[in-house]
Design a binder for this molecule. Structure first.
Ligand code: MG
Ligand code: MG
Length: 258
């Protein structure tokens, strides 16, 4: 498999897609409250994306039946929205992809629902920080292993574990392109980071052990030990030797007052 290195025009296309994606995440954030059914959040997001002349990237992808992956508590990723109503103390990872004018963008954020346990809050904080540690380790001419190493080091230092079975990926004209982006690894290992590379970096971090199992809904993946799991994701590119985060959490954080 080959990596498709993007031009300036491609990256501008991904940014336009990512702007819609950022706004959807903002609208989603307003709905993350106790008593809200996850399927209602999904429905709103689907309408919002279509109202912006875009398509939800995940809908019907590998038979996935929804526009958002909504993964509560021990669900790591790929949770199917349902009648389940969020409750105080839950954490909920919401992953969304938008396809606009020929380009996909992909990002995820794990929200606390009301007040949560301090140790779980620490997991969310560490996972989000690890995403930015990974991005900071992404340097023109460096290696993909530098990114995975930085993520792994940050979370393991706090006693959390990196899920191995699920990884980040190249993104652009296709939702999932080469290369595979592991959230663990060795410095100096793996593919060279070159101009035009666009990847979704998405640490999936468990409070307990790293092992995962398939959930009964046939899409979701759960932490095998039933402990909480967090997930944050940005689409990130390198152009003209500089690393740029193409997706944004600014609409989420404006709602959450962060
Ligand atoms: Mg995603
Ligand atoms: Mg992704």
């Amino acid at each position: 498999m080959n990596i498709y290195y993007k031009t300036q025009q491609d990256i501008d296309g991904i940014k336009a897609s990512a702007d819609i994606l950022g706004r959807v995440h903002g609208e989603i954030t307003k709905m993350v409250k106790p008593g809200v059914a996850t399927q209602d959040i999904d429905k709103m997001a689907e309408e919002f994306i279509k109202d912006h002349k875009a398509q939800p990237s995940f809908l019907n992808y590998n038979e996935f039946p929804a526009s958002l992956c909504i993964s509560v508590n021990s669900m790591v990723v790929h949770g199917v929205p349902s009648k389940y109503e969020l409750k105080e103390g839950d954490i909920v990872s919401i992953d969304c992809g938008v396809f606009f004018n020929g380009y996909h963008s992909d990002s995820a954020y794990t929200h606390p629902v009301g007040e949560i346990d301090p140790k779980t809050m620490k997991l969310l904080k560490a996972t989000k920080e690890s995403l930015y540690e990974g991005i900071a380790a992404m340097k023109m001419g460096g290696r993909l292993g530098d990114v995975g190493f930085a993520i792994q080091k940050h979370v393991e230092a706090q006693g959390f574990s990196v899920v191995r079975e699920l990884v980040g990926h190249g993104v652009g004209k296709d939702l999932h392109e080469d290369p595979v982006v592991q959230n663990y690894g060795k410095r100096g290992d793996g593919k060279k980071l070159l101009n035009g590379l666009v990847i979704a970096i998405e640490p999936m971090i468990n409070m307990g052990k790293k092992d995962v199992v398939k959930s009964e809904d046939k899409h979701g993946i759960r932490a095998a030990d039933g402990k909480p799991s967090a997930h944050f994701e940005h689409t990130v590119g390198i152009l003209n030797g500089k690393v740029e985060i193409l997706t944004t959490f600014k609409y989420i954080e404006a709602v959450r007052n962060l």
